[in-house]
Design a protein around this ligand. Sequence first.
Ligand SMILES: NC(=O)c1ccc[n+]([C@@H]2O[C@H](COP(=O)([O-])OP(=O)(O)OC[C@H]3O[C@@H](n4cnc5c(N)ncnc54)[C@H](O)[C@@H]3O)[C@@H](O)[C@H]2O)c1
Ligand SMILES: Cc1cc2c(cc1C)N(C[C@H](O)[C@H](O)[C@H](O)COP(=O)(O)O)c1[nH]c(=O)[nH]c(=O)c1N2
Length: 179
Amino acid sequence: MGTSAPLDETISGSTKAPAITREQYRDAMARLGAAVTIVTTDGPGGRAGFTASAVCSVTDSPPTLLVCLNKSSSAAHAVHANGVVCVNTLAAGHEALSNLFGGRTPAEERFAAGQWHTSATGAPILVGAVVAFDCRIVRTVEVGTHDVLFCEVVGLAEGGGREGLIYFSRRYHAVTDLS
Ligand SMILES: NC(=O)c1ccc[n+]([C@@H]2O[C@H](COP(=O)([O-])OP(=O)(O)OC[C@H]3O[C@@H](n4cnc5c(N)ncnc54)[C@H](O)[C@@H]3O)[C@@H](O)[C@H]2O)c1
Ligand SMILES: Cc1cc2c(cc1C)N(C[C@H](O)[C@H](O)[C@H](O)COP(=O)(O)O)c1[nH]c(=O)[nH]c(=O)c1N2
């Protein structure tokens, strides 16, 4: 009979030489457009946040999304220690904030550039985000350089913005809801 699945798993890659280089892979991925988010956390591990485009829906029952987090990110310790994240979907006009959370800037400076509320889990919600998903991390799978965080959505906040932000071909693009 089955045992319960572990909450943390590691998936090892092939030991064979990869068929494509990192550069080829990145160039190809640059053609795959994605929404831009700022993933935040707060709690015993401290406040932290990072820009993420590797975010997608896994299932609606229970509502779950995944976030890929580079293990070397300055936010990694806090994310794992707190076990909660808020995925803030950015709007047109958030390009500078995205770049600040995109690396090499101290956490306090990142947060000082935006306005934040506190979600039910304690993670910061960005005022003006298109939509924010307040989440508890229910499972982590390590794959290569990244941790894949499976995040159960326990709360939602709508920021009212009508223009979303897409990262495509290494540039930001505003997208408008014409309905
Ligand atoms: N998933 C990620 O970790 C990820 C995604 C996008 C951008 N970034 C980082 O943002 C910076 C600028 O990125 P860019 O898009 O302008 O140019 P880039 O050439 O570094 O990346 C092109 C595309 O490749 C993918 N990618 C890049 N680095 C990755 C990584 N370490 N792991 C998995 N996928 C990765 C992403 O889809 C990215 O949009 C880089 O430092 C990059 O590492 C990381
Ligand atoms: C548009 C865009 C998109 C992404 C990123 C950057 C940018 C500009 N970065 C990189 C990530 O934000 C950055 O590495 C962290 O902020 C960690 O940097 P520090 O270690 O804090 O300097 C990123 N990192 C990650 O782990 N997962 C992701 O999906 C993304 N996506």
